[in-house]
Design a protein around this ligand. Sequence first.
Ligand SMILES: Nc1nc2c(ncn2[C@@H]2O[C@H](COP(=O)(O)OP(=O)(O)OP(=O)(O)O)[C@@H](O)[C@H]2O)c(=O)[nH]1
Ligand SMILES: [Mg+2]
Length: 193
Amino acid sequence: MPYISYHDKVIAFKIVYYGPGLSGKTTNLTYIFNHLPEELRGDMLTLNTSDERTLFFDFFPLDIGRIEGYAVRFNMYTVPGQVYYEASRRLILDGADGVAFVADSQPFRLEENIDSFQSMQKNLGHYGVDWKGLPIVLQYNKRDCPNPIRIGTLEQRLDLDGIPVTDAVAIQGLGVMETIHTLTRDVIVRFKL
Ligand SMILES: Nc1nc2c(ncn2[C@@H]2O[C@H](COP(=O)(O)OP(=O)(O)OP(=O)(O)O)[C@@H](O)[C@H]2O)c(=O)[nH]1
Ligand SMILES: [Mg+2]
């Protein structure tokens, strides 16, 4: 559930970009950040290793307007994808209202996508959250790579019937806005129900 301040009239949702290392989570967030009007967003915080990998998380707040008198904010996060940061990933997932799962379409990354999705399911379960009830968008990123995995592969392997899917070349901005629009719409719809 989002954080609601009745006093300040603010509703804050948490959006998390999850996925295996180097799948393009930070690239998605940076693109969104750079293509928003400045007045809608706060500063972007990135904590990187020396080789540009996410160390803990990336973050920026996005104010999208008002719903019934309440200012609506999306707090946008990425997790670090490298295998040994599992504890950080779990921590960042706490309280997520929606997840964009950024998969890497390169064929040799298939199993890492699957492991990462399963770790997300497990980490949500740790907080008592059934991932099936959570808005999730599955983004097949890096569609510009040679022989990208077929769309549908991950849904089939992970039994994800009906999950919203987008395809993207995040490095060129393709599919990035579509992914976040789909996700934020689903998050708001779920909240209003
Ligand atoms: N060819 C191609 N490269 C991409 C695409 N999206 C991202 N990349 C590249 O992939 C590399 C990793 O991108 P990041 O956004 O840092 O990946 P990440 O998922 O944040 O990685 P971690 O922080 O380690 O989990 C960078 O060199 C990006 O430029 C894409 O659509 N196509
Ligand atoms: Mg990153």
